[in-house]
Design a protein around this ligand. Structure first.
Ligand SMILES: [Zn+2]
Length: 120
């Protein structure tokens, strides 16, 4: 899964498009558990980047998975509370792209998938 996540992020940056197709996102949400790193990645694409150069996004919002919209709202509140704690503007938290997070932010590491080399 970690390699697939890395490839989605790399490809998205390469073609300058974020995954927001309702059909694709329904498939992803129907086939992954709530704790899936893929769900976290999709949530963050919607939260941080879907508004940028995605002219169809406003039309697609009402067709997104309900669980995804709930995840977006929950994460928004986590970010808002963090900004209040740090006394920074909430808007500043959204001046970030998914690819700017640390390499392992969307990875799952365990006995089968050890932590990535920090030099990668
Ligand atoms: Zn990793």
């Amino acid at each position: 899964m970690n390699l697939a996540i890395d490839e989605i992020i790399r490809f998205s940056d390469c073609v300058n498009v974020v995954p927001t197709s309702p059909t694709t996102l329904h498939l992803a949400y129907e086939r992954t558990p709530a704790s899936s790193p893929l769900r976290r990645l999709i949530r963050d694409y919607v939260l941080f980047e879907a508004h940028v150069d995605q002219p169809d996004f406003d039309d697609d919002v009402h067709e997104l998975p309900v669980d995804l919209l709930a995840d977006v709202v929950k994460e928004y509140h986590v970010i808002k509370k963090d900004c209040e704690f740090k006394s920074v503007e909430v808007w500043d938290a959204y001046r970030k792209q998914v690819s700017e997070f640390a390499k392992c932010h969307y990875h799952s590491h365990n006995d089968e998938h050890p932590a990535c080399d920090a030099k990668q």
